[in-house]
Design a protein around this ligand. Structure first.
Ligand SMILES: [Zn+2]
Ligand SMILES: [Zn+2]
Length: 348
C-alpha cells in the first residue's frame, strides 16, 4: 500500500517502516565501484578546493550505482550558490547549511547519496536559487530556509504563542529518523520545516527515560504522550506493550505527523489506523481537545489535537503522563493539571 506524502502528495516519500528498517543499512553505503572519499575538507575555502570548483552533475558520480559522496553533493550546491552570488569563493562546504539525510540514523561513515536523499537547511537562500538547486542537484529533495537563531525551537512553546516554523522554499521536506529502543526500532517521519530538529546520536535520552520507566513497570497500562510532536514517545510505548496510548499535541503539523507515523509504522506496531476527523479542517493551534484519529490492534491508540491542560479533564484516568515540553518552558501548570488524572506525571 502506497502512503501519500502529506507535504508533496507524492508516493515515494513515505516508505513503510518495516521496509526502511530492512534496507537502511545499505542505503548510504559505497558500492565496490565508488571512488574513494574526496580529500577536501569542510572548512577549505571553495577557491582552494581544486577540482571541486568546476563541480557539476557528473562530478565524482559513481558510474555503477550513480551515488555521490555527501561532500561532493554539498560542493555542487556551493558552486550554484557562488554562481548566483549568494556566497563568495571564500565560502566553505560548512557555510552551505545543515545537510539532513532523508532517512536519518547514526551512520558510522560519510553517506553516499542517491536521488532525493538530502534535505538542506540554509540561512542565506532565496526561492529562485532553492528551485535551481532542486532542479540541478538530483540528490537534494528539499531546501528549507532557517528563520531566527539556530537555538530557537520549531513549533509552539505553549498554546498562547504563535508557531515558529522554517520556510520550505523548494521541493519536499518530508524525512524520517530511525529511533532505536530496547523494544525495537521505528521510523519516525516528519515535515522537517515545522518540526523540532533532533539529530540522531545513537539512543536518545528520552527513549532511555522510557526504558527505565518500563523496568519500573510503569509503561504497561495507559500512557499519555502529552506533547507528542511526531509521536516518538507514544509509539515507543506501544512497542513496549502499553495497553492504551493517548497522543496529544496542540500544534496541527505534529498531529498530522503522528497520524502519518501510525500509518508508516503500522506493521511494526501491529496497529490499524482509523481517521476520525479530517486534519486539514482543524486550526493550526488547538485549545479544546479534539479526537482526530484512533488505532487498534496491539494497543488502543487515540490521537488528540488540543491543549494538554484541558485534555486532563477529558480523560478519566491514566497510569503515566509524559510531558515533553521544550527546554525552558515552565511545566508546573501542566503537571498540576494532570495530578488528579495520572498515577505518575513525568516531565522529560
Ligand atoms: Zn513528499
Ligand atoms: Zn558506486
Amino acid at each position: 500500500m502506497t502512503i501519500i506524502c502529506p507535504r508533496c502528495g507524492g508516493g515515494d516519500c513515505v516508505i513503510p517502516a518495516d521496509l526502511v528498517l530492512d534496507s537502511v543499512y545499505q542505503m548510504y553505503v559505497a558500492c565496490p565501484s565508488c571512488a574513494a572519499d574526496p580529500t577536501f575538507g569542510k572548512q577549505t575555502p571553495f577557491s582552494k578546493l581544486g577540482n571541486a570548483s568546476g563541480v557539476d552533475d557528473a562530478t565524482m558520480r559513481c558510474p555503477r550505482c550513480g551515488k555521490r559522496h555527501l561532500d561532493v553533493v554539498v560542493a555542487h550546491v556551493l558552486n550554484i550558490l557562488i554562481r548566483e552570488g549568494l556566497r563568495d569563493t571564500q565560502a566553505t562546504l560548512f557555510d552551505v547549511g545543515t545537510p539532513m539525510i532523508t532517512i536519518g540514523y547514526q551512520i558510522p561513515f560519510p553517506p553516499r547519496l542517491s536521488k532525493d536523499t538530502l534535505v538542506l537547511i540554509m540561512d542565506a537562500i532565496d526561492k529562485k536559487t532553492a528551485e535551481m538547486i532542486i532542479s540541478e542537484v538530483p540528490e537534494v529533495k528539499g531546501v528549507i530556509k532557517r528563520k531566527g537563531s539556530r537555538e530557537r525551537p520549531i513549533g509552539i512553546l505553549d498554546t498562547g504563542s504563535s508557531p515558529h516554523t522554517y520556510d520550505l522554499l523548494a521541493g519536499c521536506d518530508l524525512r524520517g529518523d530511525i529511533v532505536s529502543s530496547a523494544f525495537g526500532e521505528l521510523c519516525i517521519y516528519k515535515t522537517q520545516s515545522d518540526t523540532h530538529i533532533e539529530y540522531s546520536r545513537g539512543k536518545s535520552d528520552k527513549v532511555q527515560v522510557l526504558e527505565s520507566l518500563y523496568y519500573q513497570r510503569k509503561l504497561g497500562g495507559c500512557v499519555v504522550d502529552g506533547c507528542c510532536g511526531a509521536g516518538t514517545l507514544g509509539l515507543i510505548s506501544v512497542l513496549a506493550g502499553a495497553q492504551e496510548v493517548i497522543l496529544n499535541d496542540a500544534f496541527l503539523p505534529a498531529v498530522k505527523n503522528t497520524i502519518l507515523n501510525i500509518q508508516a509504522n503500522a506493521s511494526v506496531l501491529g496497529l490499524e489506523l482509523e481517521v476520525q476527523v479530517n486534519p486539514s479542517e482543524l486550526p493550526t493551534v488547538a485549545s479544546t481537545p479534539m479526537l482526530v484519529a484512533t488505532a487498534h490492534g496491539s494497543c488502543n491508540v487515540s490521537v488528540y489535537h488540543g491543549d494538554l491542560t484541558r485534555l486532563a479533564a477529558a480523560i478519566d484516568h491514566c497510569d503515566l503522563c509524559l510531558i515533553d515540553a521544550f527546554i525552558n518552558v515552565p511545566t508546573a501548570d501542566l503537571v498540576e493539571a494532570w495530578k488528579a488524572t495520572a498515577q505518575t506525571v513525568i516531565t522529560i
